[in-house]
Design a protein around this ligand. Structure first.
Ligand SMILES: C[S@@+](CC[C@H](N)C(=O)[O-])C[C@H]1O[C@@H](n2cnc3c(N)ncnc32)[C@H](O)[C@@H]1O
Length: 503
């Protein structure tokens, strides 16, 4: 089974229109999308299906349920069994990790295939629309898979029980946990020290840009098919929140993305290495266990080799400190504006798709060669201009470039530069963590207080784990520099001794 069946950030939202993505950031909602439901309004979504009478959905759209609701999960389970899901060795239950999850009903062996969700119960870009006209319009406009699925989910949700997926949609969380639901001021306040803040802002801008683009090009031209009560920024954020936290890439189906009801009740553990995929022999979505499970034990899969920041970004949780072997922190490094060769260095970096300020992932086990190459470039003197190009290429993510470059004469300076960047980052984390104890949460209601306390705890957990990696990096760098300098000192002493001898 291919690794990382979950999708990595960066490949997520296709950019339709660059200019739309440059629109100013609008405020994110404080909590839930302001849905028709939360206003107690009824949506009349009158949609004609080919040859059938128009379906008038006059009830409120529920947009999922409370994240720990078992009632809706039970209806989902029942509907899935009636619709062709084979009997399972697991059931949806309330769990300690992830609120709801799948729990073993019987002994499960290591290496056993589980689930077998048939394609008819999987949502993909080519799934049939309950409102075929809406689907056709999107396809005619070549809307890519991610936004297409986001609109599909909204369209099906708006049709309530007339949609085949109504039991599935009702069991989805009304507020998916992901950074998409943090307001800009919450991101600024709680994640100031972490680079994940930038990625959350970028992602949110992408979602806003994609929505604005669809609205301009499609929704506004077909208001009968895409009424604003249903297809608006808030519902779009919900839909994207669901995709970010539940969509899987199925390697055996040419990497197609899919929502897989039932399978998407599995929570993540960094200690397992099993991923969802389509199994051609059984013709269903499965995963193969890599350990045994006793009855009543929660069963896990892996959402991919993701850092704690990436897990918070898409799924809204942070694993316990020290439990994620794939954890990393983005270390930011910049060219110095005072550098005599600033322009030349920047030109070399740009040529290789990099900029004057760049982030590199640092793990507890070390840092990538690209980071070292970038540091060489930053500290190199004008006399090394001929090598700028080679350094920039090695710092880029081009796999064809030679990565393991080494400049002995620059080594100490480069390591010192990385240490300085690392220490400046540590001090930001420390500032936040020290202030977090007495931070004014600026709330006006108990509900807001709970939310802010929850977000703050997530931020504290993330910052603690990220700072821990930086502390380790700082320790290694200091030791290396000390060894290097004491070695140099010894060499200098020997040289002095020799000089005295000759005198
Ligand atoms: C694919 S869904 C899994 C099912 C989900 N628990 C539910 O009840 O709908 C992903 C969501 O589950 C939760 N989750 C998954 N793994 C988790 C973990 N290890 N710790 C905490 N929450 C987890 C997060 O809220 C995440 O956004």
């Amino acid at each position: 089974m291919a690794e990382a069946s979950r999708i990595f950030y960066g490949m997520l939202i296709p950019r339709f229109s660059q200019t739309l993505h440059q629109l100013p950031q609008t405020g994110l909602p404080l909590s839930l999308p302001q849905t028709a439901h939360s206003h107690g309004r009824s949506v009349c979504c009158s949609i004609s299906t080919s040859g059938e009478p128009r379906v008038a959905a006059t009830e409120s759209i529920p947009w999922g349920c409370d994240v720990d609701s078992l009632e809706n999960a039970e209806s989902l389970q029942k509907w899935l069994s009636e619709s062709g899901l084979p009997p399972q060795k697991m059931a949806i239950e309330r769990v300690n990790v992830g609120e709801r999850g799948l729990v073993a009903l019987k002994n499960i062996r290591k290496g056993e295939k589980l689930l077998f969700v048939p394609p008819s119960l999987v949502i993909m870009a080519d799934s049939e629309w309950s409102c075929p006209e809406a689907g056709e319009v999107l396809k005619r406009n070549s809307v890519p898979d991610w936004p297409l699925l986001a609109v599909y989910l909204l369209s099906e949700a708006s049709l309530l029980r007339s949609s085949k997926w109504s039991n599935y949609i009702s069991a989805l969380p009304r507020q998916p946990y992901s950074l998409l639901y943090w307001t800009r001021s919450e991101l600024d306040r709680y994640l100031e020290a972490s680079q994940i803040r930038e990625r959350a802002i970028e992602r949110s801008d992408d979602v806003i840009g994609t929505y604005n683009d669809l609205k301009l090009r499609i929704f506004s031209k077909h208001p009968d098919l895409f009424p604003e009560e249903v297809f608006n920024m808030e519902t779009f954020r919900w839909s994207f929140g669901i995709l970010f936290s539940r969509l899987v890439r199925l390697p055996s189906m040419d990497g197609k993305v899919a929502l897989v009801p039932w399978a998407d009740m599995l929570n993540h553990s960094s200690e397992v290495e099993t991923y969802l995929d389509y199994d051609k022999s059984s013709k269903g979505v499965v995963f193969t266990t890599d350990r045994v499970y006793q009855p009543r034990e929660q069963v896990f899969i892996s959402y991919g080799k993701k850092s704690n920041g990436e897990l918070l970004l898409s799924y809204g949780f942070v694993p316990k400190e020290g439990t994620n072997p794939f954890d990393s922190v983005e270390l930011s490094m910049s060219l110095q504006k005072s550098d005599k060769c600033y322009k030349e260095k920047l030109a070399s970096l740009r040529k290789h798709g990099l900029s004057g300020s760049q982030c590199f992932p640092v793990q507890i086990t070390g840092w990538p060669m690209e980071l070292m190459a970038y540091a060489y470039l930053v500290v190199s003197p004008p006399s090394m201009e001929q090598q700028f190009e080679e350094m920039a290429a090695a710092a880029s993510n081009k796999t064809t470039a030679k990565k393991d470059i080494r400049y002995q004469d620059l080594e100490e300076q480069a390591l010192q530069f990385i240490l300085d960047s690392c220490e400046s980052s540590i001090s930001k984390y420390t500032k936040f963590l020290q202030a977090s104890g007495s931070m004014d949460l600026d709330v006006t209601s108990p509900k807001q207080l709970n939310r802010r306390l929850f977000l703050k705890q997530l931020a504290v957990d993330l910052c603690t784990t990220e700072r821990r990696i930086l502390y380790r990096t700082q320790y290694i760098l200091r030791r290396r520099l000390r060894d290097m300098r004491s070695g140099e000192l010894r060499a200098l002493r020997i040289l002095d001794g020799l000089k005295n001898l000759f005198k």
